[in-house]
Design a protein around this ligand. Structure first.
Ligand code: 6PG
Length: 233
């Protein structure tokens, strides 16, 4: 792994959403003040929903200076219950006052290939590092965003977004998501790994097990900070 060494923060369930929201809020305030703009990538899945709800209740965050990208999307309509963008909209965007942040959903209605091209072009136009804050989730199998173990495309370096196929156990297999290169082009990388179902994968990754490098989540890093948020064992 290149980038900043991992810091591991242990938050219990009562604190998890507030403390994670604070990390995001601090980044937004600092970037908006130093650069006038803050670009963040939000994770899908279930774990971050409580973080987004807490963030939506905070006051005085300079949201008008924030661009919101998504780490990955399932290829369903953006108002479908399985849509990551729908989750982000319902838990965060709809609840924010105006002026709101500028959201950049993956345009899956165009088709997965076209959505990946559209996102790649959009991200290519940004200066590096592409993002100030990337929030990433982890699956029990070690995937992150739509980067799945065993998929050669995880190491793709020539593009910023790509089409992916989730393994059979996932209800929506057709995905589009940021490449590892894009996810790691960030000042701060924040990885959420909580819940009993993720304890084994967390032990492998944070314990630097010999086979951990085969797990995409183990390859996440940030240029300034790489933070793993876990719950007490
Ligand atoms: C998705 C994701 C995915 C997610 C992890 C963790 O679309 O499924 O973005 O990478 O972050 O699977 O999901 P949970 O938070 O639901 O466990």
């Amino acid at each position: 792994m290149t980038g900043a060494a991992r810091e591991v923060l242990t938050f219990d369930a009562a604190d998890f959403a507030e403390r994670t929201a604070t990390l995001i809020e601090e980044t937004i305030r600092a970037s908006a003040s130093e650069q006038n703009r803050c670009r963040i990538v939000l994770a899908g899945g279930r774990t971050p929903a409580s973080v987004y709800r807490v963030l939506a209740q905070r006051t005085g965050i300079p949201w008008a200076h924030v661009d919101i990208f998504v780490g990955d999307e399932r290829c369903v309509p953006l108002d479908h219950p399985d849509s990551n963008y729908r989750m982000i909209t319902e838990t965060l965007l709809d609840a924010l006052p105006t002026p709101k942040p500028t959201p950049y959903p993956l345009q899956v209605a165009l088709g997965s290939e076209a959505a990946a091209v559209e996102y790649t072009m959009r991200i290519a136009a940004l200066p590096e590092p592409k993002f100030d804050f990337v929030l990433s989730g982890v699956g029990a199998d070690g995937h992150t965003a739509s980067l799945f173990p065993g998929d050669d495309r995880v190491m793709t370096t020539h593009t910023w977004a790509m089409v992916a196929t989730a393994p059979p156990q996932f209800p929506v297999k057709e995905r589009v998501g940021l490449t590892l290169r894009a996810l790691n082009s960030t000042r701060l990388q924040c990885v959420l790994c909580t819940g009993a179902d993720k304890r084994a994968v967390r032990a492998r990754i944070l314990g630097n097990a010999p086979d951990a490098a085969a797990l995409p989540a183990a390859l996440l890093s940030g240029q300034d900070r790489t933070i793993w948020i876990v719950d007490p064992l």
